[in-house]
Design a protein around this ligand. Structure first.
Ligand code: PMP
Length: 354
């Protein structure tokens, strides 16, 4: 505790993301993509004229926003970009959710949302998941406070289809509904086509997962012009938006390679379903997933012990030490070889006398 910190900062605890280990582990803990980015990305990195870095980036990130607008079939003015979707989410929380009424979110969802609520002094209402651990869309009430959830949800993996999201938006019209689509490319259905119909819908996405660019820090939001203008009001000068020139060029190269993108997604989805079957054979209960991870639980094994046993044998997964998730492990989908090692190690651990 430091006397130099302002009073609100003294109350905060820093967010601790999944570990980024120095040693070589099979890393299945932060939902990164096991495959490299599009080959065009390498070409941009090789050929990017370093002299371009002398200048500030285009203040409007026009070229990247145009590429994203073309990808999503919207106007450039309906696209916002930032340094990772975490940053875009932070700006959205500041722009839309500092309201008198509470922001509604599922009790189990991306753990950064409560952090933003504390940071920006936003009251939060957590709603239980449905019995099958899907986000209970019917539980969200029309209110001035807004709604946020990930779809597919994290760390559960369940996704709602577009029709279900449209039904929600027909009810909630007075405040912003923010749908975080960080994982949508692994079999989910995007709500982006609904932004024309619902001016209060903001969809965020990222290049970190399906485009294998977590190290680049690039995220975006798509919504009505009105919402994008709200984000522009709270953004930094040159730090968040525009995104830096090199990141822009890399992201455009990634968007240009539809074939590589589709092949990586398909590969991850196939491996996910093979991993599901293998885990079920070991006695795990595996939630349905439309994301690049599986949330699993073994009725006879302690999740914390499995986590430690895996780590000792070189496999890193995620264990959340919260009441609701203590019995679970979240396993990111890696390459087939990595998943084979995971299954071999779990087979050993599950057979060991406890
Ligand atoms: N949303 C969800 C649901 C996530 O799991 C993550 C990654 N941890 C993010 C957003 C942020 O991703 P990034 O900042 O890398 O775009």
């Amino acid at each position: 505790m430091s006397k130099f910190w302002s009073p609100e900062v003294r109350e905060l605890t820093p967010y601790v993301p999944g570990e980024q280990p120095r040693e070589r582990l099979i890393k299945l803990n932060t939902n990164e993509n096991p495959y490299p980015p599009a080959p065009g990305v390498g070409a941009v990195l090789r050929d990017f004229p370093s002299d371009h870095l002398r200048r500030y980036p285009d203040p409007e990130s026009r070229a990247l926003r145009e590429a994203l607008a073309a990808e999503f079939g919207v106007e450039v003015g309906q696209v916002f970009v930032g340094n990772g979707s975490d940053e875009v989410l932070a700006l959205a929380f500041q722009a839309f959710f500092r309201q008198a009424a509470a922001l509604q979110m599922p009790a189990i969802t991306y753990s950064f949302y409560p952090v933003y609520c504390r940071l920006y002094d936003i009251e939060r209402q957590a709603l239980p998941l449905a019995a099958d651990w899907s986000v209970d869309l019917a539980a969200f009430a029309p209110s001035a406070g807004g709604v946020v959830f990930a779809n597919p949800n994290a760390p559960t993996g369940h996704g709602h289809d577009r029709a279900a999201i449209a039904t929600l938006l027909e009810r909630i019209t007075e405040s912003v509904v923010l749908i975080d689509e960080a994982y949508v490319d692994f079999g989910g259905e995007s709500a982006v086509p609904l932004v024309e119909r619902f001016p209060n819908l903001l969809v965020t996405g990222t290049f970190s997962k399906s485009r294998s660019l977590a190290g680049l820090r690039l995220g975006y939001a798509v919504g009505s012009r009105e919402l994008i203008e709200g984000l522009e009001r709270v953004k930094d000068s040159f730090n968040s938006y525009p995104v830096d020139s090199l990141a822009s060029a890399v992201a455009i190269a990634s968007l240009a390679d539809e074939e590589h993108f589709a092949a990586c997604r398909e590969r991850v989805i196939t491996t996910r379903e093979q991993t599901r079957s293998a885990l079920e054979r070991l006695g795990f209960e595996v939630l349905p997933s439309q994301a690049n991870f599986l949330l699993v639980r073994h009725p006879d094994q302690d999740a914390a012990q499995l986590f430690v046993g895996l780590r000792e044998r070189g496999v890193l997964v995620r264990h959340f030490n919260t009441e609701a998730l203590r019995d679970h492990l979240r396993i990111s989908i890696g390459t087939d070889d990595e998943m084979e090692s995971l299954i071999e190690t779990l087979t050993l651990l599950c057979q060991a006398p406890t």
